[in-house]
Design a protein around this ligand. Sequence first.
Ligand SMILES: [Zn+2]
Length: 251
Amino acid sequence: MSGLVLLVSFVGALASGFMLQRYEKIGWLALIVMFGSAITSLFVPEIHGVKTFDIFALSLVFGFGMSLADKRAKSKKAKADFEALKTSRPQYKHCPHCRSPLVEREIDEKKRLACTHCQFVYWNNPLPVAAAVIPHVNGGIVLVKRGVEPKKGMWCLPAGFMEVGETPEQGAARESGEEANVKIEVERLVHTYAAPAQVLLFFAAKPIDQTPSPGSDALEARVFPLDQLPTDIAFSSHVDAINIWRKQAGL
Ligand SMILES: [Zn+2]
């Protein structure tokens, strides 16, 4: 094979490697061509003047290029994931156990901050957040106006970080009490959502007959009719949860 053919096929292989990211079936196609041509070359050395062994050799080059491109894309994604995690939390510089500096190390296929002295690894796992869609017996749902950043002044469902020792349902009920001063009974899970540093669990509550009022962290708390929901709802995941709940409830 000439050098030019090799070069062209290698560039083609890199290109198909990038396509592999989108269409995983290309990888299978390459494998079929590779094994097919290898077996064919044992029995039929030449087809229309083309040596079948050359096709096998080309498919090897393609395979190599594809795995290179695949590897590069994966490491790029891992790096982006790590950057997202880095910006989603305060960046710790020292080990909470022994105060030694933390450094980036690859552990379990991801870059993480690990202690240079002891076994501490900052896993940076997402924190669970419990939220509630609370319908009112007279129609509408309870929303609270955020009194703290982020998105202070915008509306959202009563929600907050879970405490140690409570179930997600209890967390949703507690937050509803703290933010909107309503006592709820959780009915079922409606929606889950994974943000970079949080996992949100949205629960549907049984309809309440109480009038909400703002508690801690909230500037306002009230029942909005479903056709008059505010346009400035703070998080798209809350909007999704409301829409899913509405669809399920046929409202
Ligand atoms: Zn340490």
